[in-house]
Design a binder for this molecule. Structure first.
Ligand code: NAD
Ligand code: NAI
Ligand code: ISE
Length: 337
């Protein structure tokens, strides 16, 4: 069976996911697209030669009889209304991060999904599908380095645009670490503090960059994440786990090693789209397969909510400089033990 997908939001990642679902993955086709910029939606249909209808609004797309599943890749503040509408229509929905821009918005989705009685939501947290993070989790769960005591992480982008603000270091950037480290450690966060090192002269004057986020988990593991979104040199994701009897580090993406010009070098990626390209393929193929078997297993609305609760606390910590508690309610049975 081929799954008919409708996509709301045809910006950078919307286009990339449309390319995936129509040209790379198995078992899906794109039958409907929408963007508040109609030309953007129409262009993607002609550029990728899709047999898809362009809708003037996302709600009509969700209601369309031939749309069996929805991808929400519009900008963050619009996610909640489209996900709620898909749940109300009983249609599975893959929503890019953030699930909603506030914890309350995510809670509304969790409650609507539970009331509806079946998992319908997958959040676009792709790092748990990345081979490198999966290998790291394997090492950790095998006990080879003992219990994890400390994690040293970094999320670095070469540059960001002028619209990027200090809180987006949390909601747009750190949100991936918030999600994947929770999954990696099988633990939840209990507190956070944010400290600001000397500001880089390469950042716009309104942006505090870099930042260091210090998280503590329920089991007592301490995590430091450096967020540096004007690092200039590349898109660089680091994660090192210090365990009781050893250290495990996220593998670097594979790259040809060169000896040239009296230097030994390997390339560093600069575009985030390339760094997790395989993970995006795997997460969406899993969504397509799971919709067809009738049971979603990927990152859930609860995972989206948990990330939003932590993100809200991180933003409060940015503003106060204090250690801020993170209070995640107990996970409902609906989302598994
Ligand atoms: P973008 O600005 O390139 O694209 C967003 C698109 O959504 C634009 O074309 C805009 O016109 C459209 N849009 C906005 N509001 C809309 C509405 N109400 N109805 C229909 N269309 C609407 O942004 P992007 O980089 O593609 O990011 C989109 C989303 O994907 C964001 O939530 C972002 O956080 C997320 N994202 C996730 C990853 C990841 O690694 N998982 C990477 C990039 C972006
Ligand atoms: P699992 O399914 O046993 O889940 C482990 C725990 O992690 C669960 O308690 C779950 O609630 C939690 N979790 C899942 N996604 C999370 C997220 N995004 N954030 C926080 N916590 C999360 O573990 P498994 O088999 O390791 O699967 C993890 C993810 O990888 C799942 O989403 C699964 O669908 C996917 N997967 C990918 C495969 C691949 O080939 N890349 C193969 C198998 C699973
Ligand atoms: C983007 O929104 C993402 O989600 C990428 O994964 C992230 O690393 C990048 O910095 C963001 O702009």
């Amino acid at each position: 069976m081929t799954l008919n997908i409708g996509v709301i939001g045809t910006g950078a990642i919307g286009r990339d996911h449309i390319r995936r679902c129509s040209k790379v993955l198995q078992g899906s086709r794109i039958v409907a697209v929408n963007d508040i910029n109609r030309d953007s939606a129409a262009n993607v249909v002609s550029e990728l030669q899709l047999d898809a209808q362009v809708y003037d609004n996302g709600h009509d797309l969700i209601r369309a009889a031939d749309v069996q599943a929805v991808l929400v890749t519009s900008w963050g503040p619009s996610h909640e209304e489209f996900v709620l509408a898909a749940i109300a229509a009983g249609k599975p929905v893959f929503c890019e991060k953030p699930l909603a821009v506030t914890a309350q918005g995510c809670k509304n989705i969790v409650e609507a999904e539970a009331k509806q009685g079946k998992r319908l939501v997958q959040v676009g947290f792709m790092r748990p599908y990345d081979q490198g993070y999966r290998a790291l989790k394997q090492v950790l769960t095998s006990g080879q380095i003992g219990e994890p005591l400390m994690l040293h992480c970094a999320h670095r982008n070469p540059t960001v645009g002028e619209a990027y603000t200090t809180d987006m270091a949390i909601t747009d950037t750190l949100i991936h670490e918030i999600d994947v480290l929770r999954w990696l450690l099988d633990d939840d966060y209990v507190s956070v503090q944010v400290v600001f090192p000397r500001k880089s002269s390469k950042a716009y004057s309104h942006l505090k960059d870099p930042q260091i986020v210090l998280l503590e988990t329920a089991k007592g593991t301490r995590i430091d994440v450096e967020i540096f979104v004007n690092c200039q040199y590349g898109y660089d994701i680091q994660c090192e786990i210090v365990g009781e009897s050893g250290i495990a580090k996220l593998p670097e993406p594979s790259s040809v090693q060169m000896r040239s010009g009296a230097k030994l070098s390997t390339e560093i990626l600069t575009d985030w789209k390339e760094r997790f390209i395989d993970a995006y393929d795997v997460e969406l193929q899993a969504f397509i397969n799971d919709v067809q078997t009738g049971k979603l297993t990927g990152p859930s609305a609860w995972d989206g909510y948990a990330a939003a609760v932590a993100a809200d606390a991180c933003i409060a910590a940015q503003l106060s400089g204090e250690i801020v508690p993170i209070r995640l309610p107990a996970r409902p049975d609906f989302y598994g033990k």
